[in-house]
Design a protein around this ligand. Structure first.
Ligand code: C5P
Length: 232
């Protein structure tokens, strides 16, 4: 038996795709059904963006950003009840990173090499034992290119805007105009797809799932059926 076969295979499931494709809900549900850990990688970029904004660092101040990122202690913990929680420098920021201001500023933080490398080291470390569902933009392509199960979730822009709108409504937030939501999502997709480092794209060996006409359960079932058929 070859060394590769003897090495116990780490089960990592990657879920990538554009904003509003249903990644978070689906990744959480898949992890729950399998008893796996769930890792939201966007939260790491959000946490660093929040800290940069608090320090009044701007998109033009790359040096200040790199310095800040280098000295930031970023910690991710699993909470049995509340799911993944995140801390910067001893302060929990799990809920504070979900603001529109953070969302609108991530693009200039997450394109910086030092920022991505810090996130990459953490993600690789957390995923090293396997039995994990990792959600993001570059997980199947850059972070875990050897993962045995990769999925790329997508949906029409109309459907994704509609989901964001419903999300805002359900959270009791003020809802945005549908056209504005579409524009915001398209803008974010464009910068995620066109950045130089780790751009958003489907890994060649990822399974493409169009979630436009599927329910959450429908997508989760599709993924689980695929995983079971392949192996386990
Ligand atoms: O998934 P979420 O909406 O929280 O991600 C926020 C942003 O963080 C994305 O639009 C993207 O710019 C960035 N991101 C990234 N790489 C990841 C996850 C998120 O660049 N793996």
């Amino acid at each position: 038996v070859g060394v590769a076969k003897m090495r116990k295979k780490k089960i990592i499931i990657t879920i990538d795709g554009p904003a509003g494709a249903g990644k978070t809900t689906v990744a959480k549900a898949v992890a729950k059904r399998l008893g796996f850990l769930y890792l939201d990688t966007g939260a790491m970029y959000r946490a660093m963006t929040l800290k940069a904004l608090k320090a009044r660092i701007t998109a033009e101040e790359k040096e200040r950003l790199v310095e800040m990122v280098n000295e930031t202690i970023l910690i991710v913990k699993k909470d049995e009840k509340k799911g993944m929680r995140i801390w910067t420098d001893g302060q929990e920021v799990t809920d504070k990173i979900r603001t529109e201001e953070v969302t609108n500023n991530i693009w200039w933080v997450c394109k910086v090499k030092e920022v991505r490398n810090k996130a990459k080291r953490m993600q690789k470390d957390i995923g090293s034992d396997g039995r994990i569902v990792v959600e993001g933009r570059d997980i199947g392509t850059v972070i875990f290119p050897d993962a045995p199960y990769k999925f790329y979730l997508d949906a029409s822009i109309e459907e994704r805007a509609k989901r964001r709108w419903l999300e805002q409504k359900n959270k009791g937030m003020e809802t945005s105009d549908m056209e504005k939501l579409k524009q915001d999502i398209e803008k974010r997709d464009k910068s995620d797809m066109e950045r130089e480092l780790a751009p958003l794209k489907k890994a060649d060996d990822a399974v493409h799932v169009d979630t436009t006409n599927l329910s959450i359960d429908g997508v989760v079932d599709k993924i689980l059926v695929y995983i079971r058929k392949e192996k386990v």
